[in-house]
Ligand binder design. Structure first.
Ligand code: ADP
Ligand code: ASP
Ligand code: MG
Length: 455
């Protein structure tokens, strides 16, 4: 189920804002720091904003592919057999040496392109120290396997933070790594943020750097539990790190810099011709991210909405362009974007199930047979839901049904749910239905069919 967001009133942080004057948080995803040229571009963008005499904190993801590599190593070294061999059959020593070599080379190659010669020896030393800590995390004792996995995987962000800080300094603005300001519980793979402890840690770890006139480079994705053990915010969690940090330092703006021009009105990997949304409301972005719009981690909007932070999603290759601005402002009638969720089944909530369980995506409605729900059942699911998010009208429902019929797609259920305008179809039709409904509904605000539909 998609979590509800707190309202601004519940989590007001106006008192906190007295500290720094108008700080900006800029987050760079994995492809935006995927090479030396990308680091150089990101550093130039950060330095450009910092040169406007504004405190800037840069949140950085691991270089693209590094998190997957680290997770694979954590997995392969989890259970060594009696011969000291990893799950893939290589010796532990050989396997760790290879990991060390490949990560060192990749980050050093990037640094050679983005960092000036005076700072390069320091970067080499820091990379070696992070890599030593990584090897320790793969071999040391941990309280649990989940703690070990988190302790390993956060090193990807630590490595990229070293390179980005030096690249920003090379671009002419002093920068320092400000590690781990986010406090969490001990749910290691997808930890819950502790807002108050995070504020205190931001005051200790990030604000002094900003007050010194340096850019604070914060490794994304990582948190610390009460025992100071590393935790993670879940895959794609650097987006959430950015808005959590924004709330922690009283920022009014967070930029998410990525490899697309903004939030597109459908997943561009599934729909040709998806367009960039210039504006979205927190509510819309929260629902869209919750339904899998990968450009935003599914909980990114929660701190932003609670603290009233404007989030801009921008292309890191063209940061001067508008992108998508996300705020409390609702954007008017009509369907603004469409998402698809597969692996579902239609079920009836039994009398014993008084509250909808975690596997319930949304309720469809109630008739004599009971409360019908869409359940998330994974590979066993035979149906999919295409959801139109925004402020759909009855005319959109009629128009959507007509477009499915015209495309020869049978709908199994259609109507409004808490998620938006929902069309349930067979899994085999999911992608086709998404394309048809995108074409028929998105960007249509006129109410042509509405007069034919009872209010
Ligand atoms: P980053 O590494 O910057 O965090 P991600 O790969 O996590 O980037 O997210 C960006 C990717 O999300 C895009 O390349 C795109 O393929 C995918 N994506 C899926 N749905 C959407 C959407 N609605 N709008 C934009 N991008 C989307
Ligand atoms: N590096 C982490 C991941 O790949 C976090 C992120 O990129 O946001 O999931
Ligand atoms: Mg991402």
């Amino acid at each position: 189920m998609i979590k509800r967001m707190e309202s601004v009133e519940q989590a007001s942080c106006s008192g906190w804002r007295a500290g720094l004057s108008d700080p900006l948080v800029m987050k760079f995803g994995g492809t935006s720091v995927g090479s030396g040229a990308a680091f150089r571009r990101a550093a130039g963008t950060v330095a450009g904003e910092a040169a406007k005499q504004r405190p800037v904190a840069a949140v950085v993801s691991a270089m693209s592919g590094v998190t997957d590599t680290l997770l694979a190593y954590a997995e392969a070294t989890a259970r060594l057999d009696g011969t000291g061999q990893t799950a893939t059959g290589s010796t532990l020593e050989g396997s760790l040496a290879e990991l060390h070599r490949s990560l060192y080379e990749r980050h050093l190659d990037a640094a050679r392109e983005a960092v000036g010669p005076a700072l390069l020896p320091g970067v080499e030393r820091e990379l070696l120290s992070v890599l030593e800590s990584l090897l320790g995390s793969l071999t040391d004792e941990h309280p649990s396997e989940a703690a070990r996995r988190a302790g390993v995987v956060v090193h990807g962000e630590r490595l990229s933070a070293v390179v980005l800080a030096a690249a920003i300094s090379t671009a002419g603005v002093p920068a320092e790594v400000a590690p781990d300001p986010i406090a969490t519980d001990s749910a290691f793979s997808e930890a819950e943020v502790d807002v108050e402890r995070t504020r205190a840690r931001c005051a200790e770890r990030v604000e002094p750097v900003l007050r010194r006139g340096s850019v604070a480079v914060v490794p994304g994705f990582v948190g610390r539990d009460r025992q100071e053990l590393p935790t993670t915010l879940g895959r794609g969690g650097s987006d959430l790190s950015a808005t959590v940090l924004g709330r922690g330092i009283g920022a009014s703006e967070v930029w998410i810099l990525t490899d697309v021009p903004g939030v597109l009105d459908a997943d561009p990997r599934l729909v040709e011709g998806a367009g960039t949304l210039p504006e979205m409301s927190y509510r819309e972005a929260h629902l869209f991210a919750g339904l899998g719009a990968k450009v935003l981690h599914h909980r990114t909007m929660e701190p932003a909405a609670a603290a009233g932070i404007e989030v801009s999603v921008k292309n890191s290759f063209a940061p001067g362009e508008w992108g998508t601005r996300i705020s409390a402002r609702e954007c008017g009638r009509g369907v603004r974007c469409v998402a698809v969720r597969d692996g579902l089944s239609i079920g009836v909530l039994s009398a014993g199930e008084r509250t909808a369980g975690k596997d319930v995506l949304c309720a469809l409605g109630c008739d004599g047979g009971g409360l019908q729900v869409l359940r998330e059942v994974g590979a066993d699911g035979e149906v999919a839901a295409v959801v139109g998010i925004g402020a759909p009208t009855d005319a959109d429902l009629v128009r959507g049904l007509a477009s499915l019929a015209a495309s020869g797609i049978e709908h199994l259920w259609a109507g409004s749910t808490a998620l938006g305008l929902t069309f349930v179809v067979g899994s085999a039709d999911a992608r086709f239905a998404l394309g048809a409904l995108h074409g028929a509904l998105v960007g249509r605000t006129e109410s042509g069919v509405e007069s034919e539909v009872p209010a």
